[in-house]
Every structure is written in structure tokens, then in C-alpha cells.
Design a protein around this ligand. Structure first.
Ligand SMILES: NC(=O)c1ccc[n+]([C@@H]2O[C@H](COP(=O)([O-])OP(=O)(O)OC[C@H]3O[C@@H](n4cnc5c(N)ncnc54)[C@H](OP(=O)(O)O)[C@@H]3O)[C@@H](O)[C@H]2O)c1
Length: 372
């Protein structure tokens, strides 16, 4: 194993001392590797559209302070715990911020973001994994580090590389969510899948991933410009406008014939949207539904369609480690291209407010990153 880097005694990180209060850049002790962990030099940490809401006290998902906030990230391994057997110092990795309890896989939280107020996840997020990726260094679980073939991904096309910027690799974290949902309902090549809405960060990425998996996609949405852009990405992406009228939407969906599956990635604001009913009612008998959205309240379901068409309705939170490894292979093998991914902004830790604002208004398939 290659030599560990010497870690500095302190590093700069964003800290939130009190829930809902502004983040502050501080010099804090650099995390040290313990068994089962790696310390990453954070190259680019993701900022999602609702990052600002997560920390300003208005978000329903809570956590205990103080924390170093954060999200998923691309990092370079700076040091590993004594039980690491394959992760090498210097390796570029995708850090997945979906951390599970090792002694109970049913318990999980999102690093630097939310503990969902469950006792086990609260213990982990306020204890061993309190400091996330909005700093120069972050200590993370070994099993949440997915190695990336840097030479292939970032190398020059002249020498067989794909020529991606490290920031573009961040998009993998957005795409993984939809991939987890699509795999959970076994979407196959040749099938037709409705993705609705399909014009958001996670949902737009899901449309691109579904095409790479070999599916035909019907992307539903309200934003005409983004829908046109989506159609331009692949001849297998078709669009149907979300009009709010169930019958109108079903008539449009019927133009595509047999529909095998539906992935819902609604934000809370879309709780009353007609697409949940129109998409489910348009599925073929035996069709499958993956629910991944952020609806906060209860939703009314087309009960008779679910029963009479023997539909499978499956909830899905995030993705499995196997999904992460397989999707990275798709990217490294050129099956899932990142050429469409543009970097909306790369911000320093001090510029966190600007980063959150830019991310809130990100265009489809943009990524916004923070790095210390
Ligand atoms: N299950 C999981 O593991 C998981 C993981 C990550 C995220 N999520 C959830 O996924 C949700 C979507 O994430 P995202 O990144 O795609 O969100 P986003 O970037 O904020 O985009 C929101 C999308 O919803 C549409 N929308 C907003 N209000 C609407 C309304 N009233 N009716 C119909 N459509 C509406 C927007 O369309 P317009 O362009 O027309 O406004 C846009 O397409 C989040 O709320 C999050 O909770 C779930």
C-alpha cells in the first residue's frame, strides 16, 4: 500500500454551531483515520438545489449541532484506517453520503445533511460521522468510498481518456439516485419508462441514466425549454407536458403505446400534481412504479388501477453500493456520458451562500460544487 500523506494538524471547514444559524469557516482539528474509515482531501463537494433550506432552519429533516455540513463528494484518499485492504492513498473516489449503521443496515442518514430524527441515525450523525465534506478534509466510512479510474475519466482523449473535469464527475451522485430507483423496479433495455417530473436535478439525471440503461423515456414536465433540451439529448427521450389535467396527460401518454414503468421524483411542491395519477393509470398490466419523491404529506392513489392491473408500487430511498459500483462502470466504459454536464459554479468555503443561491437556480444537468 502506498504511503499515507501527512495530515495537517488543522484544516479549514464550514461549521454550523447552532441549528438554523449561518455557517462559519473555522480552523478545526483535521480528522484522523480510525479503523473502518478513510480521510479524504475533498476535491469537490456537491451542492444541491435545496442545500440552503437544509441549513436555514426551514427544512423538515433535522440534525444536532455543531456539524460540518456537506453532501456527496469527489475526494482523494489522504489516509486510511488500519483495516483498509484495497483503498490506496492518492486514489480518486466518489464519496456516497448515504451512510448506514454497520450493525443495522436498516439505519441510515445523509452525511452533513439530515439524520431523519431516528435514534440510531442521530447517534451516528452527531457522533462518529459529525463532520462531513464542506471542509478541506473529511473522515468517511471506507465502504462509502467508490474508487474512480482517474486516468480513464479525466485523462486526455488522445491517450484513451474521457477528458472529464473532476467537477463533472460530481454529477454521478445526482444520477445514482434515479439509477437506484430504476434498478429497484428492474427497468430493462427496450422498456418504456415515464419519469415525472423530469426537469429537476435528480429527475433530469434519471432520464439520462434510463436512456443509458437502454430504455425509452417519456419525460414529463412543465418547463418547455428544459423539455426541448431533454429531447435533444437522445432520440429515445420523448416529452409529455404536465398540464395539471389528468385526462389530458393520459391522452398524451397513450400516444406512446405500452408503458412498462414509472419513476416519480416529485418535490414537496408537486404534492397536488396530476401526474401521479395520470402516469400510474397509463401503465400496462403488471407495470412497476418507483416512488422516490420528497412529498411531505399523504397522497391519493388510483387504487383501482393498482389492483386491477396488478401493479407493483415500490418506495426507494437512494441506492445500493452495488448500484454505485455498476453506475461508475457505465461511466468509465463510456455507456453513460458526462459530456452534457456543465459546472454552474465552483465556490470556496467562504462563498457558501453564493454557492447555495446558484444551486437553487441551477439549470438542468448543471452541477455546483464547494471546495476548501
Ligand atoms: N428517494 C430518494 O432517495 C431521493 C434522493 C434525492 C432526492 N429525492 C427527492 O427528489 C425530489 C426532486 O429532486 P430534484 O433534484 O429533481 O428537484 P429540483 O431540482 O428542485 O426540481 C424540482 C422539479 O419538480 C418540478 N416541480 C416543482 N414544483 C412542481 C409542481 N407544483 N408541480 C409539478 N412539478 C413541479 C420542477 O419543475 P419546473 O421546472 O416546472 O418547476 C422540477 O422538475 C426532492 O424533493 C427530493 O426530496 C429523493
Amino acid at each position: 500500500m502506498s504511503a499515507q500523506q501527512a495530515l495537517p494538524a488543522t484544516h479549514r471547514a464550514l461549521v454550523q454551531r447552532d441549528y438554523g444559524k449561518p455557517l462559519v469557516v473555522e480552523d478545526i482539528p483535521t480528522p484522523q483515520p480510525v479503523p473502518g474509515s478513510a480521510v479524504l482531501r475533498v476535491e469537490a463537494a456537491a451542492v444541491v438545489s435545496y442545500q440552503k433550506l437544509a441549513y436555514n432552519g426551514t427544512w423538515p429533516n433535522r440534525y444536532l449541532t455543531p456539524i460540518v455540513p456537506g453532501s456527496w463528494a469527489i475526494g482523494r484518499v489522504a489516509a486510511v484506517g488500519p483495516d483498509a485492504v484495497s483503498l490506496q492513498s492518492g486514489a480518486l473516489v466518489l464519496f456516497s453520503n448515504f451512510i448506514h449503521a454497520r450493525d443495522d443496515p436498516s439505519i441510515a442518514f445523509l452525511s452533513g445533511f439530515a439524520d431523519f430524527a431516528q435514534p440510531g441515525s442521530r447517534k451516528l450523525m452527531s457522533g462518529e460521522w459529525r463532520e462531513s465534506t464542506y471542509g478541506q478534509y473529511a473522515k468517511v466510512p471506507l465502504e462509502n468510498c467508490f474508487p474512480l479510474d482517474e486516468a480513464r475519466l479525466c485523462g486526455s482523449p488522445d491517450s484513451g481518456g474521457l477528458g472529464y473535469k473532476i467537477e463533472q464527475l460530481m454529477w454521478a451522485g445526482l444520477a445514482l439516485v434515479g439509477y437506484g430507483g430504476l434498478r429497484s423496479i428492474e427497468v430493462k433495455a427496450g422498456e418504456t419508462v415515464v419519469i415525472a417530473p423530469a426537469t429537476g436535478g435528480f429527475s433530469g439525471a434519471a432520464a439520462v441514466v434510463a436512456v443509458a440503461m437502454g430504455a425509452r423515456v417519456i419525460a414529463m414536465g412543465r418547463n418547455k425549454d428544459t423539455m426541448k433540451y431533454l429531447e435533444g439529448l437522445s432520440p429515445r427521450i420523448h416529452t409529455v407536458p404536465m398540464t395539471g389535467n389528468e385526462e389530458e396527460e393520459m391522452k398524451e401518454l397513450a400516444r406512446f403505446g405500452c408503458i412498462d414503468a414509472f419513476l416519480d421524483l416529485s418535490p414537496a411542491a408537486a404534492t397536488e400534481s396530476a401526474h401521479l395519477k395520470s402516469a400510474i393509470k397509463s401503465l400496462r398490466a403488471g407495470g412497476r412504479v418507483s416512488l422516490m419523491g420528497g412529498l411531505l404529506g399523504d397522497s391519493v392513489f388510483p387504487y383501482r388501477s393498482v389492483v386491477h392491473k396488478s401493479l407493483t408500487v415500490k418506495g426507494q430511498w437512494m441506492y445500493s453500493p452495488e448500484d454505485a459500483r455498476d453506475m461508475i462502470k457505465m461511466i468509465e466504459n463510456g455507456i453513460l456520458s458526462l459530456n452534457h454536464v456543465s459546472v454552474a459554479g465552483k465556490f470556496s468555503l467562504e462563498q457558501w451562500e453564493q454557492a447555495f443561491e446558484v444551486a437553487a437556480g441551477m439549470k438542468f444537468n448543471d452541477v455546483t460544487v464547494l471546495s476548501g
